[in-house]
Ligand binder design. Structure first.
Ligand code: CUA
Length: 321
């Protein structure tokens, strides 16, 4: 009975090393350093465990009975003071040595992105050629190029964490903290808020897409482009149903600054602060049941809108690629 459960347990441990949320699946220089520290400390822990298990085995199974007093005293001093001191020194050395590299800033002129934490989503600003482009809950980065993130908060303390790329960094109201790293593998990674920040804390996620420079440039150019007025029914619903009080769609309306910028919302992987796959159905569901999906969220649900309006609105939003 116990064997299958142990195998299942081990498989569980192994599978948790993979995946877009894993710190043990590093795809950035800083995440690599952190993963290395983890394996070194785990190795030390394993050595200690093996030594103690072997000693227990020796005492209970091989040499039972009284032991020589002098040897026992030496063992107590060695095992109780010298050995732990040595191990702690080695652990501290391997933990502190990479610290200066972990906190180092990206070289001047590197790509710079400003990220703000809010209950419960991320506002993202790219600073390109002196112009700020606002996006939400999604960051794209060129592979093998350092990035400098400037982290802020618009309400309470959050913590920005993309485990596969770098360590955590708090976002603190009234202050700017920074985090820099170099993504080393293209791919899709996920991030979370790592500091309890209210009811929706676990529903505050983001997507990070690491791509080749050319793909990144094309993506950013597309994100900067405003939307052209179509005069369609979805767009009309957006303009007349109250959406514009909080949301901006550049080219259509830029009054709303409270909520996420929706200029190219259709191009994003997820909506609702990184929790729902982005498609027409999710958009409609979000408009209809906002508070059910994310309790205490600032956006009220718009279930009272005519069904046709909601349908066209979600279709229009999905089309903003
Ligand atoms: Cu934001 Cu937890």
């Amino acid at each position: 009975m116990w064997r299958p459960s142990i195998v299942l347990l081990l498989l569980g441990f192994l599978s948790s090393c993979e995946g877009p949320f894993s710190a043990l699946n590093p795809a950035g220089d800083k995440a690599q350093i952190i993963a290395t520290i983890f394996w070194i400390l785990s190795g030390i822990a394993l050595v200690i465990w093996l030594i103690f298990i072997s000693l227990q085995f020796y005492i209970y199974k091989i040499r039972r009975g009284p032991h020589e007093k002098k040897k026992t005293q030496l063992f107590v001093i060695g095992g109780g003071a010298v050995f732990p001191l040595l191990l702690i020194t080695i652990s501290i050395y391997f933990t502190l040595r990479p610290l200066p590299t972990l906190v180092a800033k990206a070289p001047v002129g590197s790509l710079s992105v400003r990220v703000s934490g809010l209950q419960w989503w991320w506002r993202v600003h790219y600073l390109v050629d002196g112009e700020e482009v606002e996006l939400a809950n999604e960051i794209w980065l060129p592979v093998n190029e350092p990035v400098q993130l400037y982290l802020e908060s618009e309400d309470v303390i959050h913590s920005f964490w993309v485990p596969s790329l770098a360590g955590k960094m708090d976002t603190i109201p009234g202050r700017t903290t920074d985090l820099s790293f170099t993504p080393t593998k293209t791919g899709h990674y996920r991030g979370v808020c790592a500091e309890f920040c209210g009811t929706g804390h676990a529903l505050m996620q983001l997507d990070v897409n690491v791509v080749e420079r050319k793909v990144f440039d094309e993506w950013l150019a597309r994100q900067r482009t405003p939307v052209t007025v179509s005069g369609g029914r979805g767009e009309k619903a957006f303009l007349t149903s109250g959406c514009i009080a909080c949301h901006t769609v550049r080219g259509i309306s830029d009054i709303g600054k409270l909520g996420p910028d929706l200029t190219h919302v259709g191009s994003r992987y997820r909506i609702g602060g990184g929790i729902l796959h982005n498609n027409k159905t999710s958009l409609l569901k979000w408009i209809d049941h906002t508070e059910k999906i994310k309790p205490e969220v600032k956006m009220p649900s718009f279930h009272m809108l005519p069904e046709e309006d909601k349908k066209h609105l979600s279709e229009w939003l999905e089309g903003l690629k």
